[in-house]
Design a protein around this ligand. Sequence first.
Ligand code: GNR
Ligand code: NI
Length: 169
Amino acid sequence: MSLLPILEFPDPRLRTRAEPVTAFDAELRQFVADMLETMYAANGVGLAATQVNVHRRVLVADMSDDRQQPLVLINAQILEKEGTQVYQEGCLSFPGLYADVTRALQVKVKAQDVEGNEVVVEAEGPLAVCIQHELDHLDGKVFVDYLSSLKRTLLLKRLDKQRKQAAGA
Ligand code: GNR
Ligand code: NI
């Protein structure tokens, strides 16, 4: 197992659109194990392959309190969306930045597991937010894209300032 480095905004590789997974082999199993290890080590509730610079349609999530209920979705597609919710989101690619985003309240997703078996997952609330956030990453989209340009500029300036302070500048 190994920890994978996480790309941070404004790395242009975060804008890459991921390709479908076609080989359900040992390499994929290893990659999924590494993604889970990386997500848990970073205290994230989700991680998309894009964030570790692998441009394949793989996402992992774990919203459980005991952090022992990993969800692995490969080639996931949203079949149905319902309702709306506003949730304060964060992202491992934007450390320290949080903002309210409006998304669907419930999603029904068709995907494959690590073996290639079809799975259908219905999620609502925070897990539905997480799945939509990760699916966006796989399409090269990030949560600040949903903000008004004024709010985005303000938050990104704040992020820049935090980074400069952390660097001791
Ligand atoms: O760890 C994460 N927390 C989070 C909080 C609110 C909404 C979405 C998320 S996902 C994020 C991990 C991450 O960046 N996944 O891409
Ligand atoms: Ni993210």
